[in-house]
Design a protein around this ligand. Structure first.
Ligand code: HEC
Length: 118
């Protein structure tokens, strides 16, 4: 029984370590610039590089095609919800692990501005 508790604890510590690696990017020396977040310069490239490998075309994962602004706008709240799940959560997107915190903050900033096609 003790061994099981110990391995569960170590598994948790392991996951937390991965999670905090990302936190370093926010609290470290790299500033997160949110002064001029735009669809064209920030959000579209982010989705293209992080989501479209699975979410494009007729066989898009979960039936969700994120290759156009209109589709992104339509699915925004679901997307943001899934992108902000903690590491290890089966609902997290992308599935490989959380985006850099700065990307999440830029996404929030853009949504707060009304998610314009700018
Ligand atoms: C490696 C493939 C892969 C990548 C990359 C990926 N996804 Fe997914 N996504 C899936 C799969 C598979 C599903 C369906 C299973 C599920 O709902 O978890 C899904 C489901 C979703 C859903 C739920 C769709 C619905 O209506 O039920 C959303 C929202 C989503 N992904 C957003 C994103 C976003 C945003 C990104 C980029 C930040 C992303 N995904 C990157 C594979 C991926």
């Amino acid at each position: 029984m003790k061994a099981i508790v110990y391995s569960a604890l170590m598994a948790f510590v392991g996951l937390s370590a991965c999670y905090y690696d990302h936190a370093d990017e926010v609290y470290g020396n790299t500033p997160c610039d949110v002064s001029s977040v735009t669809w064209t310069n920030d959000i579209e490239p982010l989705i293209q590089s992080q989501c479209l490998s699975c979410h494009q075309g007729v066989s898009a994962s979960g039936g969700l095609d994120l290759s156009t602004y209109a589709n992104v706008k339509l699915n925004l709240s679901t997307m943001v919800g899934r992108m902000n799940k903690p590491a290890g959560d089966p609902m997290l997107m992308p599935q490989s692990g959380p985006l850099a915190n700065c990307n999440l903050i830029q996404m929030d900033t853009w949504v707060a501005q009304g998610a314009p096609e700018n």
